[in-house]
Design a protein around this ligand. Structure first.
Ligand code: NAP
Length: 313
């Protein structure tokens, strides 16, 4: 049976992927979006979004649902599956790409990679053992389980600082453990954290061990200036130390930077012909919902130009 050939296959259904799909479908390109099953878009674990232009306050889920509705409304097809690999193929005597998933394979003239990034692990003893039993990477998903408890947050970026404040809605106390003596987070978020009486910060400190019985009961924290190790009783540990791009399925096809982010030019073109990348999986120095959407629109326009160029050849 002849496989359908899509003009564009978008891998990932976060803000970047869905905006790309919206733009390609509006350009009347046959578009398939493959939403990952084993990875969760960061937007779905973001409670409040205050910096998406035009909205004073909106939830991540609301933005995601609206973007999906809009892309589908203009004709995008969305399926849920994990991509295993991408291979070169031939479609109507032209080179194209075949996307292999667990359930099947799909041919596309162009590919837009929008696979996002997943939370980085601390890699300390106990971390993996207590995932779901006190160790978490998502405040919105798990915060309510820690009502009136004492928790640790690790990290000093926007996520750690913002989520620490969010977690004070539930918990009795948040202790932020940060490896330096200043946060990387924006000043406005820092101001909110410092004004919150439920939050204490341990500077120049690293978490070395997470221990407990059935659930987390405490952690070992080292002050890296004095090398003093302290046992710290707590009920939970939230780790927010950055992200790792979801690029395993594409590693051998496009060039990556030293952090494994996909290298693109300003038009979102990767090193492989007909493959574009946008959003958190590409090498950019600002990873926001609004920049992901902007990337997605540019990637869509580039895919459109690429297809048009091929037709004119
Ligand atoms: P990030 O900006 O990369 O910050 C990671 C933090 O974790 C840094 O403070 C870093 O310490 C620390 N860290 C990294 N590896 C560590 C390790 N092994 N042990 C201990 N600490 C470690 O990551 P993020 O905060 O998740 O933010 C990711 C992106 O999303 C950023 O571009 C951010 O601006 C964006 N974001 C934006 C918003 C918003 O605008 N409201 C909200 C959330 C996220 P050092 O500082 O010492 O390197």
């Amino acid at each position: 049976m002849e496989t359908k050939i899509y003009d564009v296959i978008v891998i990932g259904a976060g803000p970047a992927g869905l905006t790309a799909a919206l733009y390609t479908s509006r350009a009347l390109l046959d578009t398939l979006v493959i939403e990952g099953l084993s990875t969760v878009s960061q937007i779905l674990i973001t409670e409040e979004v205050e910096n998406f232009p035009g909205f004073l306050n909106i939830t991540g889920t609301e933005i995601s649902e609206k973007l999906k509705e809009q892309a589908v409304n203009y004709g995008s097809e969305i399926i849920s599956d994990d991509v295993i690999k991408i291979e070169e193929d031939i479609c109507c005597n032209n080179s194209c790409w075949r996307v292999v998933t667990h359930k099947g394979s799909y041919k596309g003239c162009t590919i837009i990679l929008a696979s996002g990034a997943s939370p980085r692990y601390l890699n300390v003893p106990g971390e993996k053992d207590f995932i779901g039993r006190g160790v978490s990477y998502c405040a919105m998903c798990d915060g309510a389980f820690f009502k009136d408890k004492e928790i640790i947050v690790v990290g000093g970026g926007n996520t750690a600082v913002e989520e620490s404040v969010f977690l004070t809605k539930f918990v009795k106390k948040v202790t932020v453990v940060h490896r330096r003596n200043e946060f990387r987070a924006t000043k406005l978020l820092q101001k909110r954290l410092f004004a919150n009486k439920k939050i204490e910060v341990l500077w120049d400190s690293e978490l070395r061990d997470i221990y407990g019985d059935k659930r987390v009961q405490g952690v070992k924290i080292e002050n890296i200036k004095t090398n003093k190790m302290t046992n710290f009783a707590c009920n939970g540990v939230f780790v927010f130390i950055g992200y790792i791009p979801n690029v395993d399925f594409i590693k051998n096809k496009v060039k990556l930077d030293e952090g494994n982010y996909i290298i693109t030019d300003t038009q979102m073109r990767t090193s492989a012909e007909g493959i574009f990348a946008c959003g958190d999986c590409r090498n950019t120095n600002l990873r926001q919902i609004v920049t992901a959407c902007g990337d997605g629109a540019i990637a869509a326009a580039s895919a459109h130009d690429y297809i048009k160029g091929k037709m004119e050849e």
